[in-house]
Design a protein around this ligand. Sequence first.
Ligand code: IMP
Length: 431
Amino acid sequence: MPGIIVVGSQFGDEGKGKVVDVFSQKADYVVRYQGGANAGHTLVVDGKKTILHLIPSGVLHPHTVCVIAAGVVLDVERLCEEIKALKLNGLLKEDSQLLISDSATVILPYHRQLDQARERAAGNEKIGTTGRGIGPAYEERASRKAIIFGDLFSRETLRAKLETALKEKNFLLEKFYGEKPVNIDEVMALVNQVSDYLAPYRCKDTSLVIHKALKGSKKVLFEGAQGSLLDLLHGTYPFVTSSSTLAGSAMIGSGIGPGTVNSVMGITKAYTTRVGSGPFPTELDNELGERMRQIGQEFGSTTGRSRRCGWLDLVALKYAIRINGITSLALMKLDVLSGFEKLSICTAYELDGQRISEYPVSPGDLGRCKPIFETINGWKEDLTKAKNLKDLPRAAQEYIQFIGAQTAVPIDVVSVGPGREQTLWLRPLFS
Ligand code: IMP
């Protein structure tokens, strides 16, 4: 199959950006299909770090066309900044390398304002959102009042649409949250500026572009954002994001039919991290967790927040495999576990005195689950120079084998550092 979907199988930040970047060497198209600037994909090329929030990670390869499809919520101000930064570093040479769907939902400053006002008002009950306006933008889309990317280019009708949207938003901001209202002229000034800048990237129908690419046997990579456990319907609700983060969303967000792509790679760290609130059964709120955080540099690339750290959770991983239809796995950041004397892997939970092996989906149940661990020996050796599986110490190989055996899904990729060259291919891509 010429297409592959790359999804996060935990709480986001699994290392999807690196996998997509490495895969993009062989891909003709890379498509972002959901989420927005809440994502942060860190890429390290020749020791130089680039963080992308909206533009697909394939952009670093000049031959790869990057598509931002209809399912994305597009912060147009941030997108301009991202394009400018890439151009400044000589990383986006041709405008034709980036296509933005006319149907993508636009995020403007008032979406961010509303997101942040809500979180402040929620106090201890807050979700811990990224404050990037994701929830308000998807809500507006569902209420059929959203500004879509194509609207930016019809200024007369845009003003009327904005007036309608702002009536409601300003009511909420002023009367409900006690915040400053938004001035329409300021928003229009911003929109005029960004729409001129973004006009070269406009694409009326990205669904057609993707359809033709797949039909023409081009290699198309669908780049998921966030992780399966943050999915709006199947994640740890209400501590989730506002889009569907699962592989099925690649079809809907891009506008292609089910069955068109049936290769799904699940990205998992060799341990687990989570940012923001919500249940996390294998969390290590202790010195071990702090060690993982420091060695793995587990600080958010979007908000800079510390990530909560814990052991690998196979109950959750198997759930992600099931709900996404994951056909292969990439195991990331294995190098971070060097030096841990013993490694624990969660293989079941105890819920209200019962041992369970299926992920509990009822709200509240996961918070009461206690992890049941199997413990295996760790290793001391540095893994970052390994070039293939045989270079890894026996204990690290056993750790990989254990995960493969428990999940019954092939592990195609093992990552032992942030660089492109620190990637072990256990099975070639697009084979
Ligand atoms: P929102 O997507 O900004 O509304 O945030 C909702 C929840 O998803 C919060 O717990 C965030 O920390 C989390 N979240 C959103 N995007 C990411 C991501 O890219 N990586 C990790 N967590 C994320």
